[in-house]
Design a protein around this ligand. Structure first.
Ligand SMILES: Cc1ncc(C[n+]2csc(CCO)c2C)c(N)n1
Length: 235
């Protein structure tokens, strides 16, 4: 549960059982990520436009790497259901989410050519390569644990900000992640995680030797999200 600035209590969306377990195992970094000053600034409109545009330019590059990471999830899939879910996410990333960045930047006079030649910040390199490496050296579960904070964190942030009567400034961004389509994608990824864990680790996954390593991957990716917001704020 969360209390908004208006005193309204809203519940955190439930995306999946094992996602809830991963999040519960890293509540401090999870709060630092989902309630970062950058996020507060998006809600109340006080985030400087220059910081937002700096973040968006970095995020455009980030999303190209994340599209590759989700494509790697197709390669690492164990069955057709997993392949379908991963390929739907690749499609949503390339056709919807990256287009949000292109649209907002175009309105500010930043062309797609300029976006694509943005020099990557070290925090961007650290996060995207960490996730790709989780996929290269690990299996489907390693990759999902590293990918989950980004998908669900933005879902949680979008839902919370939309319910808090945000300032209009960053409405387009907030509505993208609060949208029914995006929330459904989060639930689909939650189900993908639940099914893959149950299939590979059985119904007592938390008691298996793999469990803590997966929690660690989720935590590291969450910490890298915090560093990414911080990089955006400094822009
Ligand atoms: C730093 C950073 N973290 C998370 C997201 C959100 N995001 C990244 S991939 C993906 C899945 C498919 O849409 C989503 C939602 C972002 N844009 N930038």
């Amino acid at each position: 549960m969360n209390e908004t600035s208006h005193g309204t209590v809203i519940s955190t969306p439930c995306y999946g059982h094992y996602f809830d377990q991963w999040r519960a195992a890293c509540t401090v970094p999870w709060q630092a990520y989902t309630q970062h000053d950058f996020v507060t600034g998006l809600a109340d409109g006080r985030l400087p436009r220059a910081a937002f545009l700096h973040y968006l330019r970095q995020d455009y590059i980030f999303l190209t790497h994340f599209s590759r990471a989700w494509a790697l999830a197709i390669v690492k899939s164990d069955n057709l259901e997993e392949m379908k879910a991963a390929s739907a996410t690749v499609h949503a990333l390339i056709h919807d989410e990256m287009q949000l960045h292109v649209r907002i930047c175009a309105a500010e006079g930043i062309s797609e050519q300029e976006l694509s030649t943005t020099r990557e910040a070290p925090q961007n390199i650290a996060y995207t390569r960490y996730v790709l490496e989780a996929g290269y050296s690990g299996d489907f579960l390693d990759l999902l644990a590293a990918l989950a904070p980004c998908v669900m964190g933005y879902g949680e942030i979008g839902a919370r900000l939309a319910a808090s009567k945000p300032a209009a400034d960053y409405g387009d961004w907030i509505n993208t992640y609060a949208s029914d389509e995006y929330q459904a994608l989060c639930r689909d990824v939650g189900l993908l995680i639940d099914n893959a864990i149950t299939t590979q680790l059985g119904t007592t996954a938390e008691a298996t030797p793999r469990w803590h390593a997966l929690c660690d991957r989720f935590r590291t990716a969450t910490e890298l999200e915090v560093a990414f917001w911080q990089m955006g704020l400094k822009g």
